[in-house]
Design a protein around this ligand. Structure first.
Ligand SMILES: *Cc1c(COP(=O)(O)O)cnc(C)c1O
Length: 454
């Protein structure tokens, strides 16, 4: 979208609010709320200066964390709705945006293959997961909630909040997993579809049948990877489809539209397969109320106030970028996935960098081929590459570092010297469609720097 187009749609959003206000009687803004124009200008100038203290999240040279700006349509829609400031806690607080929320949540549930669902937007993935774990604990009050060591760190914390016992479990060995499930102490498994660290997709399609066999609940944390579902249904999918196609059989799913859904922060989503879990939200209405079109979102949500503007932004974005694979959002995810595949290919033929594992989604993990090839030296050189690429004058490149178990490196590279239990490696999140075009240039830049340091 051009700068001019963006200004036009922002003006359109502002204009819409003037029209909205003009439908009611005029009144004077109270003098207590008045601020001199020059003062506003000066405050905004200070803000602009302070905001310069940010990395260029928008730019394809930024491949550090999972951060990118929202789509201009989301910004315009959010601004348009935010001026009214509806609250999606209740239909009275925001009738229009509550309807939009119900529509977009239904679209997301259908994307995963849920034929019916109970669900809503949340202010984040953490809160959405909290809600799913809270329902899981209500169903299995005395049993454990288990997740792998690669699960998001907030699962353990949220188990503490809901006073559920939790433990770490390994999904690599299905026989051992079955032995654990057989014991009957585990009530819920959390399976991550796209880990935050490496974008790895856990083998849901193998875990799910075992969990079902032993009556164990499965919660899929797809906060990051959920929208890759769009690619899994392709004829020749560029992601492994099996785990995604199993999502429809999970008891609950979390996805973050504020990660891969082009949204500003404040937009997570939780979905339950069994609408009957509505009963845990202590409410006077009969159970059937929860499927009613008159549903009050606040009645089936842990949180109270939530920005109706978030629902408006997501609704508008999905009008432009529908949840389809060859159109809309799928086209963007195809490019980010292809960027990661390209990156992985370039690492595998590089003389200065090594791949740790093939990327499942669009996060890549790699390390410098140092001499000696040991945990301590790799960590040290990783840090040096990380700061050198970021501090270059010409084309700075922003990466992230990530600590992995040294043993996992030794498994793929037997000559690796494990002189420390963990090793810092390089991590790139290629979540912008522009990355696809930009990868060769980014990579050339990084590998040249790495060459001078190994
Ligand atoms: C980001 C993320 C979370 C936490 O979501 P927030 O929206 O940051 O609160 C949870 N799980 C996974 C897999 C994530 O990637």
């Amino acid at each position: 979208m051009t700068e001019l187009q963006f200004r036009e749609i922002i003006n359109r959003s502002l204009g819409s609010h003037v029209n909205f206000r003009n439908r009611w009687d005029k009144y004077t803004f109270d003098s207590s709320q008045f601020v001199e124009q020059s003062k506003v200008e000066s405050i905004l100038s200070s803000l602009e200066e302070r905001l310069n203290n940010n990395y260029p999240f928008f730019h394809p040279s930024y491949a550090g964390q999972m951060i990118k700006p929202p789509h201009p349509i989301a910004i315009a829609a959010y601004l348009m709705a935010m001026q009214i400031n509806p609250n999606n806690h209740a239909l009275d607080g925001g009738p229009a945006t509550a309807k939009m929320e119900i529509e977009v949540v239904k679209e997301i549930a259908e994307m995963f293959g849920y034929s019916e669902h109970l669900g809503h937007l949340t202010s984040s993935g953490t809160i959405a997961n909290l809600e799913a774990l809270w329902v899981a604990r209500s169903i299995h009050p005395t049993k454990l909630i288990a997740f792998s060591s690669d699960a998001h760190y907030t699962h353990k914390r949220m188990c503490e909040v809901i006073q559920a016992s939790s433990r770490v479990i390994n999904y690599d060995n299905l026989e051992l997993l079955e032995n654990e499930l057989q014991k009957g102490t585990i009530g819920t498994l959390v399976v991550t579809i796209g880990t935050t660290g490496t974008g790895s997709v856990e083998p849901l399609h193998h875990i799910l049948p075992l969990a079902k066999k032993y009556g164990v609940r499965v919660h899929a944390d797809c906060a990051y990877g959920g929208f890759f579902m769009l690619l899994a249904k392709d004829e020749n999918p560029i992601v492994s489809p099996e785990p995604f196609l199993s999502l429809k059989d999970c008891d609950s799913i979390v996805i973050d539209p504020h990660k891969h859904g082009l949204q500003p922060y404040g937009c997570g989503c939780v979905l339950f397969k069994d609408i009957g879990v509505g009963k845990f939200y202590k409410h006077d209405s009969p159970y059937t109320y929860f499927t009613s079109n008159e549903l009050h979102l606040g009645e089936i949500s842990l949180e109270c106030s939530r920005a109706g503007a978030s629902a408006a932004a997501l609704w508008a974005t999905l009008q432009a970028f529908p949840l389809q694979s060859n159109n809309g959002l799928g086209t963007i995810l195809t490019k980010t996935r292809q960027a990661a595949l390209k990156w992985s290919e370039m690492v595998s033929s590089s003389s200065s960098l090594l791949e740790l594992e093939k990327p499942d989604l669009d996060i890549v993990i790699y390390l410098p081929k140092t001499n000696p090839f040991s945990a301590s030296v790799v960590s040290q050189i990783t840090e040096k590459i990380f700061s050198a690429t970021m501090n270059q004058h010409k084309l700075p490149v922003y990466l992230a570092t990530y600590a992995v178990d040294s043993a996992s490196i030794a498994k793929c590279h037997p000559t690796f010297i494990q002189d420390s239990p963990t090793t810092k490696v390089l991590r790139s999140v290629l979540m912008k469609p522009e990355h696809e075009q930009f990868v060769p240039e980014l990579f050339k830049n990084i590998s040249a720097i790495a060459k001078t340091m190994i």
